[in-house]
Design a protein around this ligand. Structure first.
Ligand code: PEP
Length: 268
């Protein structure tokens, strides 16, 4: 793993694009191909920064074929998975299927799933276990709503989400865990937490991880910021203390813009 930061941190930066329910499998191929060309043009050092796309389930096979066929230096993953491995769970997608498709990551507990699908802490914990069973790195999303932030309770709220999601798990049971701090008020709104706010939460999360899982695990865990990250604010965000990259929604749907964002983040 390449070092990505000063201060001896071994954490490689990660920029992950959450496509949400956008782009069919034809459009997915176009985006990934254009993204790769743009990153080559920009001469982004692909060993120094991890880049991932998180398409809808129906696109993943196409993305796999392109990435493997063209040997692209790009990871991909899913936006959700079932807590179950197989059986009578209509509409669900098993982590085993995602692993067979070469997925590296899976989002868990995104605020849109917590809000629209009623995902609670128990389900999120079960999904983390399912991801790990199938060697997928869970990207656990946490974040507070606007009222919680205005009340000054954001750190307590987010740490409680972390505690609940990791309840009963040891460091050895969650290899590759990634955290994504995504303030709900900043997702898709154009509002962004400033670098200081991102750093404040990332440092709090790393501190709590150290208490829960030990110092070494906390130091090795990547903590992303997500919420209206764009090319023009990416560098400042990823340079913030304890922030190791970004989870990007809307801005990951335009290949040229996403490549610029990655270029900025890689150079920060
Ligand atoms: C997201 O959905 O994870 C996200 C960060 O969205 P956006 O970048 O559009 O705010």
């Amino acid at each position: 793993m390449a070092a990505n930061r000063t201060g001896g941190s071994p954490r490689t930066r990660l920029i992950a694009g959450n496509w949400k329910m956008n782009l069919d499998h034809f459009e997915a191929l176009t985006l990934v191909q254009k993204l790769d060309w743009a990153l080559r043009d920009a001469k982004v050092d692909r060993e120094a920064i991890d880049i991932a796309v998180l398409p809808p389930f129906t696109d993943i096979r196409s993305v796999q074929t392109l990435v493997q066929g063209e040997k692209l230096v790009l990871s991909y993953g899913a936006q959700d998975l079932s807590p179950h491995d197989s059986g009578a769970y209509t509409g669900e997608v098993s982590g085993r299927f995602l692993q067979r498709l070469g997925c590296a990551y899976v989002l868990i507990g995104h605020s849109e799933r917590r809000e629209h699908h009623g995902e609670d802490d128990a389900l999120i914990g079960a999904k983390i276990r399912a991801a790990v069973r199938h060697e997928l790195a869970p990207v656990l999303c946490v974040g507070e709503g606007l009222e919680t932030r205005q009340a000054g309770a954001h750190i307590a709220h987010v740490l409680a989400q972390l505690d609940a999601a990791l309840e009963g798990l040891t460091a050895a049971e969650v290899p590759g865990l990634v955290l994504a701090y995504e303030p709900v008020w900043a997702i898709g709104t154009g509002e962004t937490a400033g670098p200081e706010e991102a750093a404040e939460m990332a440092t709090a999360l790393r501190g709590r991880l150290a208490e829960l899982m030990g110092e070494a695990f906390a130091e090795a865990t990547r903590i992303l910021y997500g919420g209206s990250v764009k090319a023009d604010n990416a560098a400042a965000i990823v340079a913030a203390a304890d922030v190791d990259g970004a989870l990007v929604g809307g801005a990951s749907l335009d290949p040229a813009g996403f490549a610029s964002l990655i270029t900025e983040a890689a150079g920060a």
